[in-house]
Design a protein around this ligand. Sequence first.
Ligand code: IPM
Ligand code: MN
Length: 362
Amino acid sequence: MRLKLALLPGDGIGPEITTATRTVLDAADKAFDLGLSWVEVAIGFEALEKSGSTFPDSALEAVRGCDGLILGPVSHNSYPQRAEGGLNPSGELRKRLDLFANIRPARSRAGIAPRTGVPIDLVVVRENTEGFYADRNMFAGAGEVMPTEDVALAFRKITRSASLNIARAAFAEAEARRKAGTGAGKVTAVHKANVMRVSDGLFLECVRSVAKEHPQIVYDERLVDAMCAHLVRNPAEFDVICTTNMFGDILSDLASEIAGSLGLAASLNAGTDNAMAQAQHGSAPDIAGQDKANPSSLIGSAAMLLDWLGTKLKDADLCAAAKAVDAALEAVLSQPEKRTGDLGGRSGTRAFAKAVAGALTA
Ligand code: IPM
Ligand code: MN
C-alpha cells in the first residue's frame, strides 16, 4: 500500500457522496495500480454521538497519519455550541493542518450551458486560515465578541505571512496553467482596499511583491464589488483570482454557478504537507439518504487531490489517474440522461458513481 487516504463522511448527503467518490477512486486504483488504502474517520453528528464532539482530537490524530483527506460536507450550522462539542470540522482541519490555500476551479463542462452564455475557465485561489473567519482567526478565543447585548463585533485578521502564502499559491497556479496551455498567465487580486485600507492594503502589498517575482504573469487588481459585475459581464477576462478568505468564499460560488452549476464545483484545501478534497457545496440535509445527491463536486475535488499528491510525490501514475478521473466525470456529465436529477438526468448518486467508475480508463 503506497497511499493512505482518510475518508471523513460528514453530515447530510456526506456519507453518500463520499462513498460515491470512493467508488470512483477505487476504480482509478485498479486502473493505475495506485496502492490506495482507506481510513474512515467519523466527524460531525456521527462523532458527536460517539464521543461528544463533532471534531474529536482522535479525528485529527487519525488524519495526520494519512497522505490526503476527503471531507464530506458538514451541517455545522446545526451543531451545538463549541463548549458542548460543536466544532466546525472544515474550519478546524483547514486551520490545524495549515491548509492555507483553497483552490477552486470554475470550469464549464461539455453540454452544460454556462449561465451567462460564455464558457468559463478560471481558478479562485482563496486564503483559508484567517480573514473574517471567527472560528480560526485568533490564537485563543473566537474573532467575534458582544461587548453589550446590543453590539456585536467581528474581527478580520490579515497577516503578511498568510497573504504572501496565498499570493505564491496563486502565481504558482497561474504558471502551471500557462505551461499546461489551460490559462492565459494572469493573476487578478480581489480586495476592498478603498474601504479597508489597512488590512486589504497589507494584502495588496504582499500580492504586488510576489507579482514582481513573476514578470511573465500579467497582474491586475479589482475591487470585490466591481469584480462580481465583471465576472457576470465577461468571465473570459479572468484566469487566476487571488483573494482573502470570505471574498473567496463568495466569489467562488458565483464563479462556479456562472460556469454551469455549483453542484459541479471542485475544491482543494492545500498546504505544504497536506491537502484535503472538499466539495464546494453544503450538506443538503433535505435530500440526505435518498440517493439523489450529485457527487460530481467531490469526485472532481478528489481528482484535484490525486494531482496534488502526484505533483508532490513526483508520481506520474497519480497525475495520470487524476486526469482519467476528471475525463470520466466529463464523459458521464456530457450524457444528459446519465446526470443526476439536479441537472435534469435520471441517475441516482450510486448509479452516477458507477457510471463514472465504468468510464474510467488508463
Ligand atoms: C465553504 C463553506 C465554508 C466556508 C462554511 C461551511 C464554513 O462555505 O467551504 O466554502 O465558508 O468556508
Ligand atoms: Mn462557501
